[in-house]
Design a protein around this ligand. Structure first.
Ligand code: GLN
Length: 492
């Protein structure tokens, strides 16, 4: 077994027991990154010296301590809208080029306290606005399963890094699908926790009532392991909650025996690629054969979700992004007076999609339009929450395709914002309702991964992950991209 083939849990156990050193793990990853990253381009920043120092510190720590670190020696990657002292944070934007945060996000501090080794910062659509990582101000990332296709977004760098074997676990952020959609496109597991489950302290805000950080990993087990490290109350984030954190890894030890899965026909109908629908339906039928019950449920307000999301998210973004004025952060344009300095900085520092969102957001919040758009969207949000509340009276989880389509070719949608927005149709509802949701690989179409999404009641991550494990159990497998062409490599 090669080091790269081990998942996060297996790696951590090997480092805990002393069977592998954190340094050996890091060097195996580093060699692989040097061979792979020039094609995939998942990272905006790699810091091998920092990682080497961390790995050495883990190896030199007393063994009784090392044994208590759940992620001992596990190489991780961090989306570049999560701040890290000592490394740059750009959020994929020119406006933050060269900026360094004076502090570290709680999630990163927690990963490091658990023994993880941070490799660097991953690429994303600028300020996490997008679904393909093509709106990064720096460069696109490609899909490790097919380099002509997008990895999804906005956490495309994180999902691609995990799928390409360049990180065992990565952090993403999810405002409308940005963990789950790239996880689906890259054939990995991506979990958006319940709003408030994981601290947002140090996450560069996009839409504060929707944003949540979560793990991207190769398996449900590794996602559970990482979530256990990330979750919990943080006094620095007033929206984080004191709800106790269960042992997620222990919770998924047993598969669910009689889970009731709600299947909303609104998510399987018009606009979905029939090949995607077939993969997801086949996975559900196999889950049924394992004892799950499929229950058709109505989700009548689904049709309005995208419209509501693309009013609420830009409204909040336009307010959150007001702080980038050239005074306190990053890039500053030269100008003869203060107002021109603001204008020039923002005109040159922001990319076209971010400007589109700011314009849309300020418009829908303006006095004459507030009631017609923003208030109306908030009402739709309440109705969508109601759809889920009714569903969870009769089912344990709701299952949908994560995306309506397969990973699309690079360049095919970047000029067509509406089509880009539509790849979020199935993911935005969980954010609007604040619910936990996970994308799990369900199979492949012509070698391209398809994701199945499970959405659960608030704080039901343990049950959600248990059901996700059943999906994993029944789904057809393929070798990972880095294993292809290698003799004797096991399918995962
Ligand atoms: N693709 C969606 C958007 O562009 C979601 C982004 C996200 O979840 N950060 O807004």
């Amino acid at each position: 077994m090669e080091i790269l083939d081990l998942g996060a849990r297996a790696l951590a156990e090997a480092v805990q027991s002393g069977a592998l050193s954190a340094t050996a793990v890091l060097e195996a990853y580093w060699a692989h990154i040097q061979a792979t990253e020039p094609q995939v381009r998942a990272f905006l920043h790699l810091d091998v010296e920092r990682a080497r120092a961390r790995a050495l510190a883990i190896d030199q720590a007393p063994s009784h301590l090392r044994r208590t670190w759940p992620l001992a020696g596990v190489p991780v990657a961090v989306k570049d809208n999560i701040v890290t002292e000592g490394m740059p944070t750009t959020a994929g934007s020119r406006i933050l080029e060269g900026w360094r945060s004076p502090y570290t996000a709680t999630v990163v501090a927690r990963l490091e306290a658990a023994g993880a080794v941070v490799l660097g910062k991953t690429n994303l659509d600028e300020f996490a606005m997008g679904s393909s990582t093509e709106y990064s101000a720096y460069h696109p990332t490609v899909n490790p399963w097919d380099p002509k296709r997008v990895p999804g977004g906005s956490s495309g760098g994180s999902a691609a890094a995990v799928a390409a074997g360049m990180a065992a676990v990565a952090l993403g952020s999810d405002t409308g699908g940005s963990i789950r959609q790239p996880a689906a496109y890259c054939g990995v597991v991506g979990l958006k926790p319940t709003y408030g489950r994981v601290s947002r302290y140090g996450l560069i805000a996009f839409a504060s009532s929707l944003d949540q950080i979560g793990p991207i990993a190769r398996s449900v087990e590794d996602a559970a392991l990482a979530l256990g490290v990330l979750a919990g109350l943080d006094p620095k984030d007033a929206t984080s909650v004191p709800e106790p954190v269960p042992d997620y890894v222990a919770a998924i030890d047993e598969l669910p025996s009689a889970v009731r899965i709600g299947v909303p026909e609104e998510y399987f109908g018009e606009g979905i690629d029939p090949a995607v629908r077939e993969v997801v339906s086949a996975a559900l039928r196999r889950m049924e054969a394992q004892g799950a019950t499929l229950v058709p449920i109505p989700m009548p307000h689904t049709a309005y979700a995208i419209a509501a999301y693309y009013l609420i998210a830009p409204a909040e973004a336009s307010s959150n992004l007001a702080r980038y004025d050239g005074i306190r952060f990053g890039f500053r344009a030269g100008a003869p007076d203060l107002v021109r300095l603001y204008e020039e900085t923002r005109a040159r520092g922001f990319g076209v999609e971010v400007k589109r969102r700011i314009l849309l957001g300020t418009h829908v919040l303006s006095a004459g339009y507030y009631d017609a758009y923003y208030l109306q969207a908030q009402r739709v949000r309440t109705l969508i929450r109601g759809d889920f509340e009714r569903a969870f009276q009769v089912v344990d989880v709701v299952a949908t395709p994560t995306t309506p389509d397969l990973p699309f070719p690079l360049g095919s949608r970047s000029e067509d914002p509406l089509r880009m927005y539509l790849s979020d149709v199935f993911t935005v509802t969980a954010n609007l309702a604040g619910l936990p949701a996970v994308s799990v690989p369900a199979g492949f179409v012509d070698g391209l991964p398809v994701g199945l999404q499970l959405i659960g009641p608030a704080f039901s991550e343990a049950e959600l992950l248990r059901t996700a494990r059943l999906v994993e159990r029944v789904a057809p497998r393929m070798r990972w991209p880095w294993q292809q062409g290698r003799e004797g490599a096991e399918a995962r």
